[in-house]
Design a binder for this molecule. Structure first.
Ligand SMILES: *[C@@H]1O[C@H](CO)[C@@H](O)[C@H](O)[C@H]1NC(C)=O
Ligand SMILES: *[C@@H]1O[C@H](CO)[C@@H](O)[C@H](O)[C@H]1NC(C)=O
Ligand SMILES: *[C@@H]1O[C@H](CO)[C@@H](O)[C@H](O)[C@H]1NC(C)=O
Ligand SMILES: *[C@@H]1O[C@H](CO)[C@@H](O)[C@H](O)[C@H]1NC(C)=O
Ligand SMILES: *[C@@H]1O[C@H](CO)[C@@H](O)[C@H](O)[C@H]1NC(C)=O
Ligand SMILES: *[C@@H]1O[C@H](CO)[C@@H](O)[C@H](O)[C@H]1NC(C)=O
Ligand SMILES: *[C@@H]1O[C@H](CO)[C@@H](O)[C@H](O)[C@H]1NC(C)=O
Ligand SMILES: *[C@@H]1O[C@H](CO)[C@@H](O)[C@H](O)[C@H]1NC(C)=O
Ligand SMILES: *[C@@H]1O[C@H](CO)[C@@H](O)[C@H](O)[C@H]1NC(C)=O
Ligand SMILES: *[C@@H]1O[C@H](CO)[C@@H](O)[C@H](O)[C@H]1NC(C)=O
Ligand SMILES: *[C@@H]1O[C@H](CO)[C@@H](O)[C@H](O)[C@H]1NC(C)=O
Ligand SMILES: *[C@@H]1O[C@H](CO)[C@@H](O)[C@H](O)[C@H]1NC(C)=O
Length: 418
């Protein structure tokens, strides 16, 4: 009796374990016969710009929610020659992320990534005007047939008012054995070592670029944007782009590019809560996107979009990187943000925009001049050293003075005794 009970418990535990693993396991698509054809495990975050009833532009940042699940009636294993496999993940109040797969004789790929979002979901889009919107884009997700695709690096996709960021991706379509293959196709971004090895970086761009070898600080440029109410972006800063990339020979290349202000053209646009500053230097373009946080009355850098052409030794010479979930260069409306220390703005793991000697003000600018200065934390920390040195010097002076006074008193006393 006890044995049977024990057996039962064991069975229950096993079922529970399987169940837990299933709910833990990522997304699976099965056909009518129960055969698994797609498995995907991934982190997804979204940044969506939308307008409110008052005409304001806001940005909503969110991730694939806990209740995310495969929508069986929108997913499919596809029919040979007739339709492609589809993974459809539903979450929140009517949001849908969908991947359409396609294959050739050797490869399979995510042909199109589609995101359908419900702007009436006020928990995600407060004060939104409502409605639905759909964006889609071709992807670079591709793997050999019968291997699992893995890409732990962040993969950002910019689609007009939506940025989708994929990371920690493991997936496979056209499964043969109900499970992921033991063989793996690793994406290019994962092959770049996170810390570039010294010898590969020293051999950087010996060809086209002028000697960039000791990366000097870039010169400070002066940039402005004029809106309907006069100047709406005023920025003085030195700009440096730092990109690590995969070369054709499999090694890591490094490109450090200083913007030369006289050769940099700029333009932009503003409304009352969103502003763009676009800078073009040669084949490189940087777009800064500033937003106004109306509840704190502060402006801040919300996004950076980098497009550039890498040296011909790069595996892929065209490069675009986007980060649209930043919160940098922040100051009160009417004030300016200032930082003498170098600031490294993270765009992706392989792309940094380094900003030097920056002073910036957005939206409210009186008489084309910077307002009151808000110094960055880095500078304030740097101030500590001069203060310590100053205090030490003052202490030294005091000690010398006291020593001098004591000495004078002694010698004075000496004279009196003689
Ligand atoms: C999904 O990926 C996460 C992070 O990479 C990992 O911790 C988790 O174990 C994975 N889940 C499955 C079922 O593979
Ligand atoms: C998305 O952006 C386009 C312009 O790029 C705009 O016309 C459209 O209204 C936006 N859609 C939503 C839902 O905000
Ligand atoms: C798909 O399934 C969901 C719930 O699982 C249901 O609400 C929806 O109406 C179904 N759609 C279609 C087209 O059958
Ligand atoms: C699909 O197309 C291929 C070649 O075009 C053909 O050999 C195969 O029989 C087709 N399969 C079906 C189910 O129609
Ligand atoms: C993806 O596949 C579904 C189902 O076959 C189809 O309705 C949809 O139009 C496809 N979307 C794209 C962007 O190809
Ligand atoms: C939404 O609108 C209300 C009133 O119109 C306002 O008080 C609130 O701050 C707004 N929320 C956001 C996130 O803008
Ligand atoms: C990816 O997985 C690693 C290790 O499991 C984890 O530390 C990291 O936070 C994950 N990233 C995201 C965006 O989920
Ligand atoms: C499928 O499974 C069988 C036996 O488990 C194995 O021999 C075969 O290599 C597997 N095929 C693939 C593509 O993983
Ligand atoms: C992995 O790939 C190799 C070479 O392509 C192949 O010989 C091997 O059977 C594959 N293993 C699995 C588990 O698919
Ligand atoms: C920048 O300011 C100068 C001088 O005030 C002005 O001539 C120029 O048009 C401005 N440029 C832009 C893009 O607003
Ligand atoms: C460029 O970035 C790499 C890491 O991505 C870093 O090791 C290197 O110091 C950076 N160089 C500059 C000049 O910022
Ligand atoms: C311009 O100023 C007017 C009056 O102060 C204001 O209502 C309007 O929103 C401003 N426009 C922009 C784009 O800031």
């Amino acid at each position: 009796m006890a044995r049977i009970d024990g057996g039962r418990w064991l069975l229950l535990a096993a079922v529970l374990l399987v169940f837990l693993q299933m709910s833990w396991s990522a997304f699976e698509v099965t056909d009518q016969s129960g055969k698994v054809c797609i498995i995907a495990n991934l982190s997804v975050s979204f940044s969506v710009e939308y307008s409110t009833k008052s005409g304001q532009q806001l940005a909503a940042d969110f991730t694939l929610a806990q209740n995310a699940e495969v929508l069986a009636n929108k997913s499919s294993c596809g029919k040979e020659n007739a339709s492609a496999p589809v993974l459809a993940i539903g979450f929140g109040a009517g949001h849908l992320l969908q991947m359409n797969f396609t294959k050739t004789s050797k490869l399979y790929s995510v042909d199109e990534l589609t995101f359908l979002y419900n702007l009436s979901d006020t928990t995600v889009f407060p004060n939104s005007t409502g409605g639905k919107n759909e964006v889609s884009q071709k992807t670079n997700i591709q793997a050999d047939l019968d291997t699992r695709y893995r890409c732990f690096s962040t993969n950002r996709m910019n689609m007009s008012n939506v940025t989708i960021t994929l990371s920690n991706v493991t997936l496979q379509a056209y499964l043969v054995n109900h499970t992921l293959s033991g063989n793996e196709t690793v994406c290019a971004a994962d092959k770049i070592p996170t810390t570039p090895v010294a010898p590969t970086t020293t051999s950087q761009t010996p060809t086209s670029q002028a000697p960039t070898s000791p990366p000097q600080n870039p010169m400070t440029g002066k940039y402005n944007v004029t809106g309907t109410n006069g100047t709406c972006v005023l920025a003085h800063m030195g700009l440096q782009l730092n990109v690590t990339y995969l070369r054709k020979d499999g090694k890591t290349g490094l490109e450090v590019l200083n913007f030369v202000p006289v050769n940099t053209s700029f333009s932009g646009s503003c409304n009352h809560s969103s502003a763009f500053l676009s800078l073009t230097f040669g084949k490189t373009r940087l777009v800064f996107h500033f937003l106004l946080n109306t509840s704190t009355d502060k402006f801040f850098l919300h996004g950076v979009d980098v497009t550039t052409t890498l040296p011909s030794e790069a595996k892929e010479t065209k490069m675009e990187a986007v980060n649209s979930s930043m919160s940098e260069l922040r100051a009160k409306l009417g004030n300016s943000y200032k930082c003498n220390a170098e600031e490294k703005l993270w765009v992706t793991d392989h792309v940094f925009v380094n900003v030097f000697d920056v002073q910036v003000q957005v939206f409210k600018i009186d008489e084309n001049k910077f307002g009151a200065v808000e110094e960055c934390q880095l500078d304030e920390n740097n101030m500590v050293i001069p203060i310590i040195v100053g205090a030490a010097l003052a202490g030294l002076v005091l000690i010398v003075l006291i020593a001098y006074l004591i000495g004078r008193k002694r010698s004075h006393a000496g004279y009196q005794t003689i």
